[in-house]
Design a protein around this ligand. Structure first.
Ligand code: BG6
Length: 474
């Protein structure tokens, strides 16, 4: 009993949040590069403020990030020291195709990831590669309007074909789009969308979503054609919705919110638009541009496994409920009075992970993979230089226990677990460094000051033991 043999323990990062080196070796500019630290960031991410180049007066954390572009050997060695079985990272599209629409890839970019994957294998680490983690070349946004355009499907097919060919034998596990459902909250990050005031925003979003879903199915097909050993996962930001109460209006509200997320995985794991989505599009008079070929590609190329991030469960209430809404919350969520929250207001709910695992497994009956879970917190350095992050250990311990219950008691088929993030990096939502997730501390602050030196936190040894005992010693 307990975690299965070969369970893939590890950690997850994203290129723009850790690499830096934003203009090195022929790399082009991406949406994620021009997202500043500070209050404007969320407006830019949500497509409400157009920022397609660097503007004066802002700090752009992705330019240097934690400089993993130059330090990856050292960082991967630390992951190896913790005994990682897998390391989830993402490819920066603009290292491979700087503008996104070139015919030929940039060899220097390809060589960089090749070296990185070889390094992983030297430490016995299997790479798990996200093809697109919130990034889109700026050129594709300027010229084609981002994922609104079907032409991006072709550019993406070119990108993935190059990646699957070049990294055959080095990479087996692939994810097509990170948190594909976040396009609803963060359309600039998720699809390179900036809205015109005159535009039908719903239609632009629905078309972009459709184009990404079709691109994802093509990627799955090409991956299998290039190497039958390739396994391709879909990926959503998960966290089951609870009704605020047993009032039917609250229950219905939770159902509707859940469907908005399940929609993506329904298409990617089952191969067609669910009935509720077809009806919703009809009601809203939206045409996503579905072709006969799209139908076929979606139906024939479903994901091999379903991966997801889990930070918190969510809560929904009917329109007349007196539930407290969380001001400024991404999801327009309702505060769950039974749960404690992190310093950033994210609900902490380990049992919610077991519930989410069961919900997803019941619905899809495919292997699951938790590819993000962690606690963003401020760390304090003690006089002797140590960092005693027991709060992080507690959070992870409870979530791993919940995961074990889902495997042992509920029979959920779980392939692996990668924490977000094994090393401190730039926060996607705020651009801060001080929202730290790592087992490894990075000396850098929110203004970009610091030596970038790495050091081990208390949680480093703890996670190493968890992996060494395959989750027995928590
Ligand atoms: C997920 C993203 O939404 O959550 C990551 O895939 C992100 O890119 C992570 O970093 C944690 O969110 P944040 O805003 O605390 O960095």
């Amino acid at each position: 009993m307990g975690f299965p043999e070969g369970f893939l323990w590890g950690g997850a990062t994203a290129a723009n949040q850790c690499e830096g080196g934003y203009d090195e070796a022929g790399r082009g500019l991406a949406n994620v590069d021009v997202m500043p630290h500070g209050p404007e960031r969320l407006r830019v991410a949500a497509g409400l403020r157009k920022m397609l180049s660097f503007e004066s007066g802002f700090h752009y954390p992705a330019k240097v990030a934690i400089d993993m572009y130059h330090r990856y050997r050292h960082d991967i060695a630390l992951f190896g020291e913790m005994g990682f079985k897998t390391y989830r990272l993402s490819i920066a599209w603009t290292r491979i195709f700087p503008n996104g629409d070139e015919e030929e890839p940039n060899e220097e970019g390809l060589a960089f990831y090749e070296k990185l994957f070889v390094e992983c294998h030297r430490h016995g680490i299997e790479p798990l590669v996200t093809i697109t983690h919130f990034d889109c070349p700026i050129h594709l946004i300027r010229k084609y309007g981002g994922w609104r355009s079907r032409q991006l499907i072709d550019f993406y097919k070119r990108l993935v074909s190059v990646l699957f060919e070049r990294y055959r034998g080095l990479v087996r596990y692939w994810l097509t789009f990170n948190e594909i459902n976040m396009i609803l909250q963060l359309p600039f990050m998720g699809a390179g969308l900036v809205f015109d005031e005159s535009e039908n925003k719903l239609e632009a979003e629905a078309r972009s979503i459709h184009n990404e879903l079709v691109a994802s199915a093509w990627a799955t097909r090409i991956a299998h054609e290039v190497d039958s050993k390739n396994l391709v996962g879909c990926m959503i930001a998960a966290g089951s919705y609870y009704p605020y109460s047993c009032h039917p209006e609250d229950v219905r509200a939770a159902q509707v919110e859940s469907q908005a997320n399940y929609f993506f995985t329904d298409v990617q794991a089952r191969g067609s638009y669910p009935a509720f989505a077809v009806k919703r599009l009809e009601r809203d008079g939206i045409d996503v541009g579905m072709t006969d070929e799209d139908h076929q590609i979606l139906a024939e190329n479903t994901a091999d496994f379903v991966s997801f991030s889990y930070y918190a469960s969510r809560c929904a209430a009917g329109p007349d409920s007196d539930a407290m809404r969380i001001p400024g919350d991404f999801f327009g969520e309702v505060r769950n009075p039974y749960l404690k929250r992190s310093e950033w207001g994210w609900a902490i709910d380990p049992l919610g992970l077991r519930i989410t695992l069961n919900d997803l497994y019941d619905r899809y009956q495919k292997p699951l993979f938790i590819v993000e879970n962690g606690l963003g917190a401020k760390d304090r350095i003690e006089a002797d230089g140590s960092i005693l992050d027991d709060y992080r250990i507690d959070y992870l311990r409870q979530h791993i226990q919940a995961m074990r219950d889902a495997i042992d008691q509920d029979g959920v088929d779980l392939m692996g677990y990668t924490t977000w993030a094994p090393i401190d990096l730039i926060s996607a939502s705020t651009g801060e460094m001080s929202k730290r997730y790592g087992f490894i501390y990075v000396d850098r602050d929110d203004d970009g000051e610091g030596t970038l030196a790495r050091s081990r936190k208390k949680s480093f040894e703890w996670y190493k033991r968890v992996i060494a005992t395959n989750g027995e010693d928590l």
